[in-house]
Design a binder for this molecule. Structure first.
Ligand code: KIV
Ligand code: ZN
Length: 563
């Protein structure tokens, strides 16, 4: 092939001649079989591999999530790995519907040791692999293609005899042509035909697994899909095998590669939780499964407590999960920008309507999946920084503290919170937002301190209220009496008599917080001053009139502070 790119060191991998490719117009509607390779591929790449008890805890977690195929070790590679398989079998840790899998290279003594480790196993998968790319075969092992085929046939023949010696066990075989995506496709088919033929037990009911790995991600995702579609077309008995994928993430496209290769007809996926594994890791099964879940595919994997799984993974592996890792990262359901916060708030408030309108159960701007599906909470949806808008702040107060401030008040609250976050130059917490709200609107410092208010209906005309206010102004107490056509207007008249700046109260908003005997009233009162300025005060009391007058005092104190 002619290289017409301009960095001579590299050439683009050749694409495939497949003009009638089918995968681009397909949709994944069924879940693949999931195989976790956390305890082998993932574990062998950890700076500190798991200790036996940690491995057992991880294994049980994988079972609880719902994995039915779990690669647990490379028993011929280390005594620890061998012992772990023995422990699972002898201590009866393997659920009845779970197939544990053990990996070995195609070498006789290693195959024998692997079968030794699984003695007494009721059901399981023995996984043999051999490198099939020319680069690997020639440079690493000094083998020709013919010698590789012979080695694979020998090892699988031996596996068959050893499996025959375990008549009470359901032993399945998996074969991987390592570096499949760098292997000549016809040769990969030839090796796999040999593997299936030599095993001789593959049937529709008991299929053999052909795992076709992107051991190193050297190609774009569409190439992997083409290779899988072509492999299935070329293979003589695809109905007797399960085509499995195993993607590494060297170019950051393992998820895309796996998704496209599923469209191409693969039925099984190997990978790890959070993408642990050699170099850039294996495909992240959490992201992949949650992607399918978000498109309505029942994956059979339970990630409804994803934070707990993430916490266990970090604790056991010592590997952090980036804050923006899809689904599991800390910031995944957090909107920082005001316009996003506002849109999410509106979307959440209209979920019923939008579900009806768009015909799906979840339609919220900026959130493609319901955080509750993953055990995440709406409360943490919005965090506040200096870029946050008024909508986000109002949302936090409403969700976390039940404060339903009227819309007209949102800009004032937003400004107060923004002032604070600009001052501290960092993201601020929900409880800080609450504190700002209380300090600014409920208990602002100022000259007025209400000692008590006694409104009393007139003896002859109950619509007339006589109000008596005891108030400290800059520490000096006085009592004022005035009338009005309601408790609030009588209080306003008292305050004018006391010499407070002139203001009017047109309309105000009230709300009950809590239920029954413990309920309190919150009053949000806009004070309109003669200079046209409108300032809200907020008051809280078990009695709604008392809450309103407290709100007026708060508004007057805010005005004094402004002056
Ligand atoms: O990445 C790979 O090719 C492997 C094989 C052993 C399947 O891990
Ligand atoms: Zn691998």
């Amino acid at each position: 092939m002619e290289n017409n790119t301009n960095i001579p060191k590299y050439i683009p991998p050749p694409s495939f001649d497949l003009p009638d490719r089918q995968w681009p117009s397909r949709t994944v509607t069924r879940s693949p079989i999931w195989c976790s390779v956390d305890l082998r591929d993932g574990n062998q790449a950890l700076p500190n591999p798991l200790l036996p008890d940690q491995k057992l805890e991880y294994f049980l977690m994988l079972c609880n999530i719902g994995f039915k195929h779990i690669e647990v070790s490379f028993p011929s590679a280390s005594q620890d790995d061998f012992d772990f398989v023995r422990r699972l079998i002898e201590e009866n840790h393997i659920p009845d519907d779970v197939y544990i899998m053990t990996l070995t290279q195609c070498r006789s003594h290693l195959v024998e040791r692997t079968f030794e480790s699984i003695a007494g196993l009721p059901r399981g998968i023995v996984h043999l692999y051999a490198a099939t790319s020319d680069l690997h075969m020639e440079e690493v092992f000094g083998l020709s293609r013919a010698e590789t085929i012979e080695m694979v046939a020998d090892s699988i023949g031996l596996s068959r005899r050893l499996a025959d010696d375990m008549p009470d066990s359901d032993i399945r075989l998996e074969f991987s042509p390592e570096e499949f995506t760098a292997t000549d496709l016809d040769f990969a088919v030839e090796v796999c035909e040999t593997a299936v033929e030599t095993w001789g037990y593959a049937t529709v009911d008991k299929p053999m697994i052909l795992n076709l790995p992107a051991t190193v991600e050297r190609r774009p995702p569409n190439h992997y899909a083409d290779m899988i579609e072509l492999f299935i077309r070329k293979f003589s008995s695809p109905e007797k095998v399960i085509i499995s994928l195993h993607s590494h993430n060297d170019q950051g496209m393992a998820i895309a590669s796996t998704e496209l290769a599923l469209l191409a007809g693969a039925q099984r996926v190997e990978g790890t939780l959070f993408g642990h594994g050699e170099r850039t890791g294996n495909v992240d099964l959490v992201t992949l499964a949650c992607n399918l879940h978000s498109r309505g595919v029942d994956t059979g994997l339970d990630f409804s407590s994803l934070s707990r799984i993430a916490e266990a993974s970090v604790r056991l592996t010592g590997m952090p999960i980036p804050a923006r890792q899809p689904y599991s990262g800390e910031y995944v359901f957090t909107a920082f920008s005001g316009s996003h916060q506002d849109a999410i708030r509106k979307g959440m408030a209209q979920l019923d309507k939008s579900a009806e309108r768009f015909g799906i159960g979840w339609a919220v701007p900026y959130l493609h999946v319901d955080p509750a599906d993953l055990g995440r909470k709406y409360e943490s949806l919005i965090r506040i920084n200096s870029q946050s808008g008024k909508g986000g702040v109002a949302w936090v107060l409403e969700q976390d503290y039940g404060i339903e401030a009227p819309k007209a008040m949102h800009p004032e609250i937003g400004r107060a919170v923004q002032r604070f976050s600009e001052e501290v130059k960092r993201e601020i917490t929900s409880s800080e937002v609450h504190e700002i709200f209380n300090d600014e609107f409920v208990n602002p410092e100022g000259p007025y301190e209400l000692m008590g208010y006694w409104p009393r209906p007139d003896d002859d005309d109950p619509t007339q209220i006589h109000g008596e206010v005891r108030m400290k102004v800059r520490g000096e107490e006085s009592t004022i009496i005035a009338d009005g056509n309601g408790p609030v207007s009588a209080f306003v008249h008292c305050m004018q008599k006391l010499g407070a700046p002139h203001f009017a109260v047109d309309d105000y908003h009230e709300q009950a917080v809590g239920k029954g005997a413990n309920a309190t009233a919150l009053a949000y009162v806009p004070l309109e001053f003669d200079d046209g300025k409108v300032l809200f005060g907020v008051g809280s009391d078990t009695n709604i009139d008392q809450a309103a007058v407290r709100a007026i005092v708060a508004g007057l104190n805010r005005h004094a502070k402004d002056e």
